[in-house]
Design a protein around this ligand. Sequence first.
Ligand code: GRF
Length: 267
Amino acid sequence: MSTKIRIGALISGSGTNLQAIINGCERGTLSGQMVFVGSDNPDAAGLERAKRSGIPTFVVDYASIIQKCSKSSQKLSAPPDFNLDEAISKQDFFGSKADAEKTKFFLTTRAIAEAQLLSRMKAFAYDLLVLAGFMRNLTPYFIDRVNTKRSEPRIMNIHPSLLPAFPGIDGYGETFRYGCKVGGCTVHFIDYGEDTGPIIGQRAFQISDTDTVDSIREKGLKLEWQLYPECIQLYAEGRLKTKKMTYTSGGGQKNERTIVRIEPPTS
Ligand code: GRF
């Protein structure tokens, strides 16, 4: 068994994935210790789950920050170390044709909230940050301050679809509406786009004609609760290596792709 890693989590809602990770830590199937749980939503039920296990919690209320910033009377006061041009050039949420004011508002308001998250997180030493149903996109401002070593990403997310299909907030709903025969979930590292980072693990399930959105979500969540702790355990064992690989396409053109290689266990 590897040494225990210190895990921080961000949540927005019910926290069933958070619970699966806490359970893994408590039962010893996961070599980790949950050191904090933060939420953008003061009413997230997952906060109670953390408290029950004696894990420190905090809230940065995104909705009220964004609402305050929307009032024209209130000037946006970005963090002093925030560089808007840098954030615009790195972000991958909006294309070059996007409304400039909208992009600026998004990146600035999120950086204001993210600076508060970072300041709360500063109180805790952590090795890995897991997003467990955290329904906010993190911007380059936040990501660069957590991923201090460029080649070693340390923010993981779980997404309710087989990426790259159906990024965004309603993976299971979109899987259902599209009439897919297979659904699934994906654990990946975070990058500057929406659900675009390098994939660590995926799990799939069959969908039949009689399935509903609810039954699809139920099947998916059951797999999420297995997959997320397993991927975190691979991280704890130091077995996840993010690599840029080149390949040659049909026309002989050289391209690059990023993969997460799972190294064999040592010993
Ligand atoms: C999960 O389906 C997860 O994939 C998605 O949000 C949902 C969170 O559920 N990102 P819970 O809060 O872990 O119960």
